[in-house]
Design a protein around this ligand. Structure first.
Ligand SMILES: [Zn+2]
Ligand SMILES: [Zn+2]
Length: 346
């Protein structure tokens, strides 16, 4: 089969490799779609190396059709469309035992360590089946949409941490794929006002289609004042930072009302510091949370919400490349083109 192999930093080759065969307890999927994200670009360029095995087949956001079922695997039929939660938790460490399995100290990830979805076929390990990382799609689900259960599940995890209540005003800073997913999730959770801020105008139009009630260009407004004007001077209940800009962290703290919640969802440049006024947290009794990755609960929920049509992730899928053009797909994403780019094997 053909597969996108990470030979070394900056070196991705489409190679002929042996097609996997399902041993006992394993399955082989025929890849349906693999969406590409900024993290793939960082892995490709060698900027992210933790847990990355040289020679790995890349791709961690994917879905596939059950193709080969090993002895002892129950509950699947050939042709079933399934999503794969890329993090396979150990279920034994402190974090796994304390409802934080996505921070598992012994996790192995598809597309980092385990061969991933940028290939024609992918071997599903016995551990990932036993530990609940494989989730069947509802009938009628599209493979590109189920691939997007990965980023959606991560956003659901973040939303659990900042806890939108019905009627809330939510500020979303950044309208990339992640900001747009937070927009859809907050609409679904019953936010009354969803204010989306972005640097460029194109994405703001999409944000409006997906549930934003107010939008602004970051260069045009003082974000905190813009939000206060829309909330009777109070500020938002929640601010979600979806762009790793250090200065905007202080802006997020300034944009919420007393007792408000700020979520640092974006990753920030490694090793750099932000300047904040901690008195905003102290006097205003703010709650600051983070969010990264997800556990099985949110991955399963994401696959369900996509299948039910409750969260229309397909609206984010703008571009498709063939497996042979994987390097072009990575460049496309790194250049910020499109919203979500999928690689679909021919
Ligand atoms: Zn990703
Ligand atoms: Zn663990």
């Amino acid at each position: 089969m053909r597969a996108a192999v990470l030979v070394g930093p900056g070196q991705l080759e489409i190679q002929d490799v042996p097609t996997p065969v399902a041993g006992a307890g394993e399955m082989v999927l025929k890849v349906g779609a693999n969406t590409v994200c900024g993290t793939d670009g960082r892995i490709f360029r060698g900027e992210k190396t933790a847990g990355v095995r040289p020679g790995v087949v890349m791709g961690h956001e994917f879905s596939g059709y059950v193709h080969d079922i090993g002895d002892g695997v129950e509950g699947y039929e050939e042709g079933d469309l399934v999503g794969v939660m890329p993090t396979v938790p150990c279920l034994r460490c402190y974090y796994c035992e304390n409802h934080l399995e996505h921070m598992c100290v012994d996790a192995k990830l598809y597309g980092y360590w385990i061969d991933g979805g940028l290939a024609e076929y992918v071997l599903i390990t016995a551990e990932s089946i036993q530990r609940g990382a494989i989730v069947k799609a509802l009938p009628g689900s599209k493979p590109e949409a189920i691939a997007l259960a990965e980023p959606l599940g991560c956003v659901l995890n973040g939303a659990d941490n900042y806890g939108t209540n019905i009627g809330d005003t939510v500020l979303i800073i950044g309208a990339g794929p992640i900001g747009l997913l937070h927009t859809m999730v907050n609409k679904h959770r019953g936010a009354s006002q969803i204010i989306v801020i972005n640097r460029s105008p194109g994405r703001l139009e999409i944000a409006k289609e997906l549930g934003a009630t107010h939008t602004a260009l970051s260069g045009d407004v003082n974000i905190a004042e813009f939000v206060k004007d829309l909330t009777g001077g109070l500020g938002a209940h929640v601010a979600v930072q979806c762009i790793g800009n250090l200065d905007l962290f202080q802006t997020a703290l300034q944009s919420v009302r007393n007792g408000g919640r700020v979520n640092a969802f974006a990753g920030f440049p490694k090793g750099q510091m932000a300047t904040i006024d901690p008195n905003l947290i102290h006097y205003n009794e703010l709650t600051v949370t983070g969010g990264s990755n997800m556990g099985r609960n949110n991955y399963r929920k994401a696959v369900q919400l996509i299948g039910e049509g409750a969260i229309n992730v397909s609206a984010l899928h703008t571009d498709t490349f063939t497996l042979e053009d994987t390097a072009k797909a990575l460049d496309h994403v790194t250049a910020g083109k499109g919203i979500k780019t999928a690689v679909v094997p021919a």
